[in-house]
Write a protein that binds this ligand. Structure first.
Ligand code: ASP
Ligand code: MG
Length: 408
């Protein structure tokens, strides 16, 4: 008998019929002799609707009240799924974040799980019940409701699995697992049997949105092995775990793309200490996330900085930079370029293999695709290309590393 945590996302519980399907799946897992703790999201679209209603009262509704409001989405789905389980004769109990003993710190709408007192959950399980736990919510030491940031049910599932010492943690979703690239872009993309936490994090931060990044960080920190698999079929999914030596035999695990990027270049920056900090602080204060940063000295002796960001942030970035640049020098100017996309190659094998960047750039060159900016980390090489060519670029690079073929 295994203790299994199964996380079902918003689309898996999006309608009454789908809730019934989830209930059958839980019943089946139970009939196979396992104990089941399901962690569920709000029904698909519900959280967005609640946010839209809150915005009727202004752009910045009180965050304390947002948490009270948004946590109701998950409370609907845990109660409904429990009822669906009762219909099948399964003893099931809905469990809110508070009942699950999920303690949070941090601020409203961005709570962090600090500790879980699992006594109540373990008591209910030992009495023979299956549990249906509300994702995305917890309570502070003062008894206030916190939510955990968008997509936070993933985090709840991983943390609950760790707290109750689950044997298996499954993230059941509408994709079959983690692929070498988005199959809608690269039709011969292959489902990966396994991937390391670090690769999963790099792919997530580069645009492959399978799971909330914070939940993967949490899993890495506490060593929670989990599987991403489909809630609609029984195909094995992708195991996400700490890297092991065999994993380095593969040079590139996957390729991800991120569209709607923009580049901002600032020219005419005096080549003096403190300039970069002033520019980046202005963007940071405006809560603009920047990604790649490149800086160099032009022949005129002034420095130039380029960075990428989401195209939606471009207007705000220009507004935030204007006053700082006026202060810095009368030579400083901003140039912007939208319509670019980012392509990233990720793999821990890069640490021990050379020539990876050369292979990637050659593939792009042969496909006639021009590279804009380049950035690297220990396990990632990312480039920007014209957005109209991003799909060709992904296919060319996927092909160059033979990602469609299972490694031998
Ligand atoms: N319902 C929340 C959201 O939509 C949490 C989750 O789905 O994981 O972000
Ligand atoms: Mg969701």
């Amino acid at each position: 008998m295994a203790l299994i945590v199964q996380k079902y996302g918003g689309s898996s519980v999006g309608t009454i019929d789908r809730i019934r399907n989830v209930a059958s799946r839980i019943k089946r897992t139970r009939d196979e002799g396992n104990q089941v703790v399901a962690v569920v999201s709000a029904m698909g679209g519900v959280t967005d609707k609640l946010i839209a209603m809150a915005r009727e009262f202004g752009d910045n509704p009180a965050e304390r009240e947002m948490d009270v409001l948004l946590s109701t989405g998950e409370q609907q789905s845990i109660a409904l799924l429990s009822m669906a389980l009762h219909e099948l004769g399964v003893p099931a109990l809905s469990v809110t974040g508070r009942q699950a003993g999920i303690r949070t710190t941090g601020s409203h709408t961005r709570g962090r799980i600090d500790a879980i007192n699992s006594d109540y959950m373990l008591g209910c399980l030992n009495a023979g019940n299956s549990l249906v736990v509300a994702g995305f919510q917890g309570i502070t030491n003062d008894g206030l409701i916190h939510t955990l940031g968008r997509g936070g049910s993933d985090l709840t599932a991983i943390a609950v699995a760790s707290a109750i010492g689950a044997d298996v943690c499954q993230i059941l979703t509408d994709v079959d697992g983690v692929y070498t690239c988005d199959p809608r872009v690269v039709p011969n993309a292959r489902k990966l049997p396994e991937i390391s936490y670090d690769e999963m994090l790099e792919l997530a931060s580069s645009g492959a949105k399978v799971m909330q990044s914070r939940s993967v960080e949490f899993a890495k920190k506490y060593g929670v092995v989990f599987e991403v698999r489909s809630s609609l079929n029984d195909n094995p999914g992708t195991m996400v775990l700490e890297e092991h030596p065999d994993m380095e035999n593969v040079v590139i695990r996957g390729v991800s793309i991120e569209r709607s990027q923009a580049r901002v270049t600032i020219i005419g920056i005096p080549d003096e200490p403190g300039m970069s900090a002033r520019i980046l602080s202005a963007l940071g204060d405006a809560e603009i996330n920047i990604d790649m940063i490149i800086s160099n000295i032009a022949s005129d002796g002034y420095a130039r900085h380029s960075f990428t960001m989401h195209a939606n942030d471009l207007g705000r970035a220009q507004a935030a930079l204007k006053p700082v640049l006026a202060e810095i020098s009368d030579q400083a100017k901003v140039e912007t370029e939208a319509g670019i996309a980012k392509l990233s190659c990720v793999g821990i094998g890069m640490r021990t293999h050379s020539g990876v960047a050369a292979t990637m750039f050659k593939a792009l060159g042969e496909a006639g695709i021009n590279i804009g900016m380049i950035s690297t980390s220990e396990i990632k090489i990312a480039v920007t290309v014209d957005e109209t060519r991003i799909e060709d670029a992904a296919r060319a690079v996927h092909e160059a590393f033979h990602l469609d073929e299972a490694p031998v």
